[in-house]
Design a protein around this ligand. Structure first.
Ligand code: ZN
Length: 262
C-alpha cells in the first residue's frame, strides 16, 4: 500500500490512501457482437480441424467392421436351348411337323426325340392334315406318315373320294394302359402310339372307326396289322370301341391285331 505524505516538508505521519471510487465509472468497452452467441463466437475464433475424408462404410466405434465387398459374381452364360435332332421322317418330307425338345417324364414316361406331327405329304403331292397335332416319337411319326399315305392312296383309288384330313383321339400321354392306375405303362407314355378315329373327305363326309361301316376298313386293318405291333379296335375291349389304337411296341412274336369288323 502506498502512503501519501500529508505534509510535504516533513512527512511524519502517513495514512493509507484510499482512492475514492469514481462516481460514474466508465462502462467496459462493448464486446464485439458475434452472431449465434458465445459458442458461435468461440467457434469462429477457434479454427476447426480439417474435415475427415468421407470413407463409405466407415465403421462406427461400436459396430463391427464392415465386411469387405463381395467379389462380383461370375457371369455364367445360360446354356443354349437344346436343339432337337432333325427327325428323318421330317427331313424326307413324308411327315410334316417339327422336332421338339426331349420330353422328360417320371416312371418311364417321356420321349427322347419327339415330333409334333401336323400332317402327311401324300404321294399324290397333296397334303393330308392330321388333327389335332400329334406328339409322337420320331420313329412313330415315320410309321404314321407312311401308313396314312398308303391307306389314303388305296381308299382314293377305290373311288371313295379325296381324303383331306385324319383325326385322332390321342398320342403322347403319360399314363398307364387303358388309363388304369397302376397298370403297366401305355405306349402312349413313350410317344409310341396314336389312336386313329376319322377320315374326312374333301366333300365333307367322314368315315369314323366304330361308327361307320365301310368296305375300306378291311384294307385298313390288314395294313395296320402288317406294320404296327399292337392294333386294338372295336371288339377288342371296352376301351377301344370308337378308335383304332396303333403302337410300335416291339414283340417277340406276331403283333396283336384285334379289330372286329362287321
Ligand atoms: Zn391308344
Amino acid at each position: 500500500m502506498k502512503h501519501v505524505c500529508l505534509i510535504v516538508a516533513a512527512c511524519a505521519v502517513s495514512i493509507p490512501a484510499f482512492a475514492a471510487p469514481p462516481l460514474n465509472p466508465p462502462l467496459p468497452p462493448p464486446r464485439p457482437a458475434f452472431e449465434g452467441g458465445p459458442r458461435a463466437a468461440f467457434a469462429k475464433q477457434v479454427p476447426l480441424p480439417p474435415p475427415r475424408p468421407n470413407f463409405e462404410g466407415e465403421a462406427k466405434p461400436d459396430e463391427p467392421p464392415a465386411e469387405p465387398p463381395a467379389p462380383a459374381a461370375e457371369v455364367v452364360p445360360a446354356p443354349a436351348p437344346a436343339v432337337p435332332a432333325v427327325c428323318a421322317a421330317l427331313a424326307s418330307g413324308r411327315a410334316i411337323g417339327v422336332s421338339l425338345p426331349a420330353i422328360p417324364g417320371d416312371g418311364g414316361c417321356g420321349v427322347a426325340s419327339p415330333v409334333r406331327l401336323t400332317g402327311v405329304r401324300l404321294r399324290s403331292g397333296a397334303t393330308l392334315k392330321l388333327s389335332p397335332d400329334a406328339t409322337v416319337n420320331c420313329e412313330m411319326a415315320g410309321h404314321v406318315a407312311d401308313f396314312l399315305d398308303g391307306e389314303v392312296a388305296r381308299i382314293e383309288s377305290a373311288g371313295m373320294g379325296r381324303i383331306v384330313e385324319v383325326r385322332h383321339a390321342g398320342a403322347y400321354e403319360c399314363r398307364g394302359t387303358n388309363r388304369v392306375v397302376g397298370a403297366k405303362l401305355s405306349e402312349h407314355a413313350r410317344g409310341n402310339a396314336i389312336d386313329l378315329r376319322t377320315f374326312k373327305f374333301k366333300d365333307g363326309h367322314t368315315l369314323t372307326v366304330g361308327t361307320d361301316r365301310s368296305p375300306a376298313w378291311s384294307g385298313v386293318k390288314a395294313a395296320a396289322c402288317e406294320r404296327f405291333g399292337t392294333i386294338l379296335g372295336p371288339g377288342s375291349d371296352p376301351t377301344h370301341t370308337d378308335h383304332l389304337h396303333l403302337d410300335m411296341r416291339a414283340r417277340r412274336s406276331k403283333s396283336i391285331c384285334q379289330w372286329v369288323l362287321d
